[in-house]
Design a protein around this ligand. Structure first.
Ligand SMILES: Nc1nc2c(ncn2[C@@H]2O[C@H](COP(=O)(O)OP(=O)(O)OP(=O)(O)O)[C@@H](O)[C@H]2O)c(=O)[nH]1
Ligand SMILES: [Mg+2]
Length: 203
């Protein structure tokens, strides 16, 4: 798949703002500052699409982006594990995520972003369990892989496999800086957005 068009649609902070139409969605989650917004910008080759920041906690709302004129939507979700977040903010995050995951009927897959350099945290494990609980297909993307030597990527992937109990075929090394892994991730998205088309191609 090639992304030839991307455009910000809107931000939502609750049920009223969620889309209820037939357009498929792929959402991106992960801890605060892991690189979710950068990931969306890298995939779309649109550096200004999602607002990024070196300070954690930049994205606080559900942000929707139209891809290839509404062929599907990418959804940037607020990060978790933001150390400075108050209890009230954390509860708001929980409520918003639960609402999004239970009400988004066209959600085809969630990309869980982790930092390739660090062992996933308990919060990442909880997030994954939460997605399993809601029966949502999940792909792990290990981002910032430009920060480790290429020869070490497999080593780091193994650490992530062990902590998250996920097979290698489900973890994609990626870099928003160098675009490493972009083709593989786009192919993966395609398979979840159009499962029938992918199967037909294999036959
Ligand atoms: N070297 C490198 N830096 C990255 C990469 N991805 C993101 N960053 C940097 O990491 C910081 C956070 O990136 P964001 O994309 O804003 O992170 P986020 O997950 O959207 O953060 P929140 O919205 O706060 O949850 C920024 O300084 C980015 O430039 C990457 O692949 N490689
Ligand atoms: Mg963000």
């Amino acid at each position: 798949m090639q992304i030839i068009h991307s455009e910000f649609l809107k931000s939502a902070n609750g049920t009223q703002g969620f889309y209820q139409d037939a357009v498929p969605e792929i959402a991106v989650v992960g801890r605060s500052n892991v690189g979710k917004s950068s990931f969306i910008n890298a995939l779309t080759s649109n550096a200004k699409l999602a607002k990024t920041s070196s300070l954690p906690g930049r994205t606080r709302l559900v942000n929707y982006f139209s891809i290839n004129h509404n062929l599907f939507r990418l959804v940037d979700l607020p990060g978790y594990g933001f150390a400075k977040a108050s209890k009230a903010e954390q509860e708001k995050w929980n409520g918003l995520m639960q609402a999004y995951f239970t009400q988004s009927k066209q959600l085809k897959m969630v990309v869980l972003l982790v930092d390739i350099r660090h062992e996933p945290t308990e919060k990442d494990v909880q997030m994954l369990e939460y997605l399993y609980y809601y029966n949502i297909s999940t792909t792990i993307v290990a981002t910032k892989c430009d920060k480790v030597p290429k020869s070490k990527i497999l080593h780091y992937i193994k650490v992530i496999m062990t902590k998250l109990k996920v097979g290698k075929e489900n973890i994609f090394p990626f870099s928003s800086e160098t675009k490493y892994g972009k083709e593989a991730v786009l192919k993966r998205l395609d398979q979840f957005i159009f499962p029938d088309a992918s199967r037909a191609e294999e036959e």
